[in-house]
Design a protein around this ligand. Sequence first.
Ligand SMILES: [Zn+2]
Length: 178
Amino acid sequence: MVGKVAPNTQVWFGDQVLPVSHAGLYVFGLARNAAPEVTVKTQFDSDPVVQTLVVQQRIYAEQKINGLPAKKVNPEPKVRLRINADNSKIGAVRASLTQAEWLAQPWILPVDGRISGVYGARRILNGVPKSPHNGVDIAAPAGTPIVAPIAGQVALVHEDMFYTGKTIMLDHGLGVTW
Ligand SMILES: [Zn+2]
């Protein structure tokens, strides 16, 4: 959710202080199982204004994937080191709070293709329940050009991460990265 306020307004999502861009943009995301009501509080120079937003719980699909190599489902200890190194690089990008105004733009899909994995799906890999899917997968032939969904800056390029293979992360500002 992207919002706009007068510059120098303070904004809270629940108890969390949100960064506000120079132009007054702020952004927050709803967790997979967000509370049925969330609040956004804004304060400029007088009393704070609290808005309550009603969140409709989505029913998530279950995605069973079988026949995966066992070492991808339950990595060996030495592979854990590589996964941890990947995760700390990803974590560093996600911690970024780049000051930018890009989030005011409309978003487009990065590529046309079949949606092969939906957000939030509970994943059962080789019969073992795993954490839910945190993204949207779009299938396209190798070599298909992919565009950024909105302007941003390239924050990470990795040739071969354990879970995601060739990986690019974009930073769209105010903590929105992917
Ligand atoms: Zn995925």
